[in-house]
Design a binder for this molecule. Sequence first.
Ligand code: NAD
Ligand code: UD1
Length: 355
Amino acid sequence: MHKGFLRPVYGSYGVDSLLNILVTGGLGYIGSQACVALVQAGHGVVVLDDLSNSQRSVREQIEKIAGSEIHLEIGDIRDEECLCRLFNEFNFSVVFHFAGLKSPLESVAVPVDYYDCNVNGTLSLLKQMKRSQVKTLVFSSSASVYGIPAEIPVTEKNSVTNPSHPYGRSKLVVENILADLSSADREWRIACLRYFNPVGAHPSGLLGENPQTIPCNLMPYIVRVASGRLEKLSVFGVDYSTVDGTGVRDYIHVQDLVEGHLAALNYLECNSGFITLNLGTGQGVSVLQLIHEFENVTEIKIPFVTTERRAGDVAECWADASLAENMLGWKATRTLADMCRDAWRWEQQCLQKSS
Ligand code: NAD
Ligand code: UD1
């Protein structure tokens, strides 16, 4: 048992128990904010991150907000020696598995890298968890497993047979592995959380998403146009049969997403088995609606041009999030205005730091 800041775990799960939790990818956009929430809930947090899409300095921000230390291990989830060392050193009860590659576009160009990191990485982790008898896992899946959804809003019963890209397929392969594992050994407690479109940032302005290249996703692009880092937005397609012709998505505040993870952990403390849940708001928002909301909140005009549809885009996709509400008692509560405000605060903070 580690003698440092991590508190020992006494006995089995219970309302008051403090858990030692391994957070893979804990310096990333979503993982870092999950670390804050876990520390604030009284858990001991160990982050394993290879810095492939994050910076060391995120650790300080986590600790600053949470008011307590975390342990950081720089390493790859595919490094089995590193995993073995960590599991021997810390008495983990739970793993939150965020680490992975996440760009659909990039995954088409380098599919092997995606399957290696996302699938082999998860397998290394599962093998070590099994060796150490750690059988509780919260996994970051994605709405991209649905591909082109047959029904809107998308329920978990929707077919997942045909994701549109290797990234989505890598998430589906992992979901299937986890389902098989749970069938083979009912002691496992596994939650696969299918995120819709996470946006926004920590309300402190200290943690958020900072793409190192030109952003592909809508909200990060909008904030960079607002700050003048990019000149204007291209709206991809205005001829969809949607409310105003532009694409409709389910944007969810990253803090709501994080709360969904804590609710999943509470659920797993009381229930073994395997669950797959959508994490979305259940609200569809068009590109133009998002631009207008951002303009209202920030009083900054977003210049845009309309262009052809982006290849591979669906017209609309939003979640039926009622299963998560029923099973976890969780529901997204933050508004589109909150998402815009927090994303904008974060962008301003990034600019200040870089100037
Ligand atoms: P992110 O890239 O910001 O964070 C991932 C973190 O994992 C990074 O800090 C990166 O350095 C680390 N990492 C990557 N490969 C690693 C490896 N082999 N070993 C150790 N660390 C590694 O991504 P995010 O937006 O925080 O997403 C977290 C998870 O949620 C990912 O699995 C992603 O696929 C999934 N997800 C994200 C979104 C989204 O829009 N952000 C949507 C659906 C699902
Ligand atoms: C993308 C990914 C999806 C992933 C999700 C969340 C693709 C094909 N899909 O989905 O797998 O789960 O992000 O990270 O990459 N838009 C513009 N201009 C822009 C950027 C986007 O008009 O500059 C539009 C898009 O056409 C879409 C909407 O904004 O209608 C949202 O786009 P985006 O943020 O990229 O998310 P998704 O398309 O849902």
